[in-house]
Design a binder for this molecule. Structure first.
Ligand code: GUN
Ligand code: ZN
Length: 651
């Protein structure tokens, strides 16, 4: 069983239950080579607090210790009280071309030795396999996964995803494997990619696999033990990693660091705060394979901790982009993430706590900004005016920074105003939504980022309907605006803001639905910003100070419900759940029948019965894909229940 505690996009912090205790994810499973354990398993438990390790059932089965393992079980044999995952020999088949064991035999052996998680014997798809060969691998993988599932008994099974570099095969294999009785889905066949730093291909493989995988199951990335790749792989939804690299590098006299490896002979100062480096001078570490391995493992565990912290505080994208600077091939992969924005965006939360930091030109291509630009094009309706005043990037919030310019211009020119921001076009009335005001951007910006901003701006401006756009350069711009768009323009900024934000958040037409009637605003005395929106005396919306998006009230939900038909904005629940939801209880994923495919984590949603009766207004914590497959957990947090319309008989 896998429970997700916190998430950020596809990344998650979870708990995985095993027969030997629960394991916090993301997690690194140290590889224990039964023939050559550099750090004994007991020390992994006692000194490294490892909750889980991985060892190789194929090697154990061939070793002179075979009988001892069968007799004592793998936990006693290794002296490890926590969870033990075993691998099957698939990797040995990659290295040696073949293994002399069958899938059924190796599953049977793993069961007998008491593995908590046993792995099927998957055919290893090499990256160079053509489509036909990889398709055959996938077919065989599924056959063996089914076989393994039928004989696994009580043992939790790890199902493999193969398919080489072929995205369609990866997705299909992932879908078929995760539909079986497997507890963990493992993306395999990637070691050759890691060894040759083909991180772009690695990203493609993970994304293709994730598109088919059941999002409620934990995902293992086979053979990815280098801390460099943890942030990226977790960002894409991997939860478990296995590492032999701590031991392999130690054998070669190499020290791992969060940003790469170095031969210990070249290391004058380790600069590391791990217990090994604190207690031993570098010469002692250099002379001991054991100490090197321990340092390396501390660094690997530390890298996982960094990732967990980043998930918890919503800064994983920043960590990934920063880590990209550690190796050019990794940077290429980070820059290539934008190719997968359609998929990544589905999992993006509406907003994150805190500010967004510019790391490099690729920051502007994050899925959250891709979404914002798409929504400005497709959902936002630009107000009528004779032209557009374009303001350059500057201090935020733009509306305050440019208040005096805008006021002067609008007294004599009939134009609308938008900022050519580094993140894309920002109509001035939208400058408060996350992360537009809440981002930290340097003054000197790379040319690549400026060029992208130009392209983003044009994509929107071309369809916005203004006869011309003019960039603000100096007060002389005012004269030109005056002559090309004479007349001035009176703007109710509160109304414009509320209108634009509503359309952007709920879809074009939402503002008209929500705000039809007599509108009044409650404005914060401190900030001068709109807090609550009332229409015909009803409280329909509250504007959140933290992220600039609306919280939907029941009266607002009723208006949207009337204006938009199924399934827009809806989470459809089982009739059984209706009375609970109406009382204000949360919506559990297992009761969700369907949902609007456009709902994202953090979005406001209308909870309805299958007959489309409005039951509650809620904040989604999942997207549709997740709501439909998760058996546990909350799919939407109910803000307010809605009673059925009174059924008093007409008099
Ligand atoms: N270890 C590294 N790669 C693989 C793989 O593709 N399958 C299995 N079972 N183990 C691996
Ligand atoms: Zn160290």
């Amino acid at each position: 069983m896998f429970e997700i505690r916190e998430r950020d996009g596809l990344a998650r912090i979870g708990r995985m239950e095993t027969a030997h205790g629960s394991v916090s994810t993301p997690v690194l499973l140290p590889v224990v080579n039964p023939n050559r354990p550099i750090i004994p398993a007991k020390d992994l438990a006692d000194r490294f607090r490892a909750e889980i390790l991985i060892t190789n059932a194929y090697i154990l089965g061939k070793s002179p210790d075979r009988e001892a393992v069968l007799r004592d079980g793998v936990h006693r044999f290794l002296g490890f009280p926590g969870a033990v995952m075993t691998d099957s020999g698939a990797f040995q088949s990659h290295v040696y071309g073949d293994v002399d064991v069958t899938n059924a035999e190796v599953i049977g052996f793993q069961k007998e030795i008491g593995a908590d998680l046993g792995t099927m014997l998957d055919p290893f798809s090499e990256p160079f396999h053509d489509h036909a060969r990889a398709a055959a691998d996938v077919e065989e993988t599924i056959r063996r996964a089914k076989e393994a599932d039928s004989i696994r008994g009580e043992m939790a099974l790890v199902g493999a995803v193969q398919g080489g570099l072929h995205a369609d095969l990866r997705e299909q294999c992932a879908r078929d494997v995760s539909a079986l009785g497997v507890s963990v889905c493992a993306i395999g066949g990637v070691v050759p990619l890691l060894e040759s730093y083909r991180f772009r291909d690695l990203v493609r493989v993970i994304v293709a696999s994730k598109q088919g995988l059941d999002p409620s199951k934990p995902v293992h990335l086979f053979g990815a033990g280098h801390p460099l790749v943890f942030p990226l792989a977790v960002l894409l939804g991997c939860d478990l990693f296995d590492s032999a690299s701590y031991a392999k590098y130690a054998r070669d006299g190499r020290m791992l660091f969060p940003e790469g490896t170095r031969h210990v002979a070249e290391v004058r100062e380790s600069g590391c705060l791990c217990p090994v480096c604190v207690a031993h001078p570098i010469q002692e570490i250099a002379a001991s394979e054991r100490l090197l391995a321990e340092h390396n493992l501390h660094v690997c565990f530390g890298a996982i901790r960094d990732v967990r912290r980043a998930i918890a505080d919503g800064s994983l994208w920043e960590l990934v982009e920063r880590r990209g600077r550690a190796h050019p091939a990794l940077l290429d992969a980070v820059k290539d993430l934008r190719q997968h924005n359609e998929f990544l965006e589905e999992f993006e939360p509406l907003s994150r706590p805190g500010a967004m930091y510019y790391v490099g030109p690729e920051t502007a291509h994050r899925p959250i900004l891709h979404r914002l630009r798409q929504r400005v094009i497709h959902r936002y309706a630009a107000p009528p005016a004779k032209g557009l005043l374009v303001l350059p990037e500057g201090d935020r919030p733009y509306s305050e920074r440019y208040a005096s310019v805008v006021e002067r211009v609008l007294t004599t020119a009939n134009v609308h105003v938008a900022v050519k921001s580094i993140w894309g076009p920002v109509p001035l009335e939208l400058d408060h939504v996350w992360p537009l005001s809440q981002s930290i951007v340097p003054e000197g910006i790379e040319l690549e980022a400026l060029e992208a901003a130009e392209v983003f701006f044009r994509e929107w401006a071309a369809g916005a309907g203004y006869p011309f756009g003019l960039l603000w350069e100096d007060p002389r711009t005012l004269d030109e605006l005056r002559s090309r768009a004479p007349g001035g323009r009176t703007v109710d900024w509160h109304a414009l803001r509320v209108h634009a934000t509503a359309d952007l958040q709920f879809g074009r037409g939402a503002a008209n639905a929500l705000l039809g009637g007599t509108v009044s605003y409650i404005v914060s005395q401190n900030t001068g910003k709109v807090r609550n929106v009332r229409v015909d005396g009803e409280h329909v919306l509250s504007l959140r100070a933290e992220d600039g998006w609306f919280t939907l009230k029941a009266a607002g939900a009723r208006r949207l419900w009337k204006a938009f038909s199924m399934p827009k904005l809806r989470v459809v629940v089982d009739p059984d759940a209706v009375p609970f939801v109406r009382e204000g209880k949360n919506v559990f994923a297992k009761f969700v029948r369907d949902a609007d495919p456009e709902i994202r984590p953090g979005d406001e949603a209308l909870v309805v019965s299958p007959d489309n009766e409005l039951c509650a207004v809620a904040q989604a914590t999942m997207n549709r894909r997740e709501m439909l497959v998760f058996k546990r957990g909350v799919a939407a947090r109910v803000r307010e229940g809605v009673s059925p319309p009174s059924s008093a008989p007409p008099r």
